[in-house]
Design a protein around this ligand. Structure first.
Ligand code: CAA
Length: 296
């Protein structure tokens, strides 16, 4: 596979903007950032600027570093422009299998035979995504953690047909981004982290629904009892209730096991549009990304 110079990030949302930033800021890659609406791209670029200014104010990087990182990110609404000429495409679209499969089919029209197609999916089968392309050997899981700018891990997942060279490309990119990696040898839903995390987050929502404890006490218990940096309900808000619900549903379907059943409260909150930090309300109120008060 050719060395990475240009990376395409598909999706400028909660994860995509951070992945684009790390690719440009830490790895020094040229980055194209794609989304389907101008307002989504604008919001993604604003989040990148905000995050870069945090690093500048903490003197982690200089103002010049921030400006040149920003200049390396090229937002676009055009899939062909986003993908053509990139050695690595990182898909970070909504966690919806139909949407992702459609995107993979369309990406395959523009990606070269040596382009590695990585997915930031947290639960959807890499083998399934690979099957939608002309070169399933080039399709591999590259799962970042929120916020990608700070979290040091990338999970690499092999699909049934993923080649060793695609895995090597992700290791090269992760090293340039200064991230640690773990390899998930089998294409198993939720890989390693979400297989453990998502049932725990769901169980916290069950505790609220059953009236066993208030959200603040559940979060306090897990922070102080298990030394998590954030309690499970705040983390649910942080990751997104819709994303967590989607992952639980994939688990139910793929493992055919009722033990992954999402709580009714989680389902109802998503229906009500209480998606967590991104919608301003979840288990907590989020008037701005850094402040949170409980709502339940
Ligand atoms: N860019 C740059 N800096 C950022 C930032 C960003 N996007 N977000 C936060 N920071 C900085 C803040 O400026 C702050 O800096 P100082 O300490 O120097 O002031 C520091 O990070 C801490 O931030 P906050 O004070 O706002 O809040 P915090 O102390 O709670 O830290 C956190 C935030 C780093 C996210 C921490 O709470 C944490 O590690 N939480 C757990 C996150 C986690 O578990 N992520 C994984 C989720 S699971 C997932 O992503 C997988 C999936 O598929 C669902």
């Amino acid at each position: 596979m050719p060395p990475i110079k240009r990376v395409s990030v598909l999706g400028a949302g909660l994860m995509g903007h951070g992945i684009a930033q790390v690719s440009a800021q830490t790895a020094g890659y040229e980055v194209t950032l794609l989304d389907v609406k101008q307002e989504f791209l604008d919001r993604g670029m604003t989040m990148i600027k905000d995050s870069l200014s945090k690093f500048v104010s903490k003197k982690t990087i200089t103002k010049d570093d921030a400006e040149s990182a920003l200049a390396r990110i090229h937002p676009t609404l055009d899939l062909k422009e986003a993908v053509a000429g990139s050695q690595l495409v990182i898909e970070a679209s909504t966690e919806d299998p139909k949407l992702k499969l459609d995107l993979y089919r369309r990406v395959a029209d523009y990606a070269g035979p040596e382009t590695t197609l990585a997915s930031n999916t947290s639960s959807i089968s890499i083998t399934l995504l690979g099957g939608a392309t002309k070169n399933p050997a080039n399709v591999v899981g590259m799962h970042f953690f929120n916020p990608p700018q700070l979290m040091p891990l990338i999970e690499i997942t092999r699909g049934r047909r993923t080649s060793d060279s695609a895995v090597a490309v992700i290791k090269e990119a992760a090293s340039a981004m200064k991230k640690e990696t773990v390899l998930c040898k089998k294409d198993s839903p939720g890989f390693i982290v979400n297989r453990i995390l998502v049932p725990a987050l769901n169980e916290a929502a069950f505790l609220v629904d059953e009236g066993v404890a208030d959200p603040e006490d559940i979060d306090k218990a897990i922070m102080l009892g298990l030394s998590w940096p954030m309690g499970p309900l705040k983390l649910l808000d942080y990751v997104g209730l819709d994303t967590t619900l989607n992952i639980s549903q994939v688990f139910m379907q793929e493992f055919q096991d009722d033990k992954y059943r999402p709580s009714l409260l989680l389902r109802q909150m998503v229906r009500a549009g209480f998606l967590g930090r991104k919608s301003g309300k979840g288990f907590y109120e989020w008037p701005s990304p850094s402040t949170a008060k409980t709502t339940t």
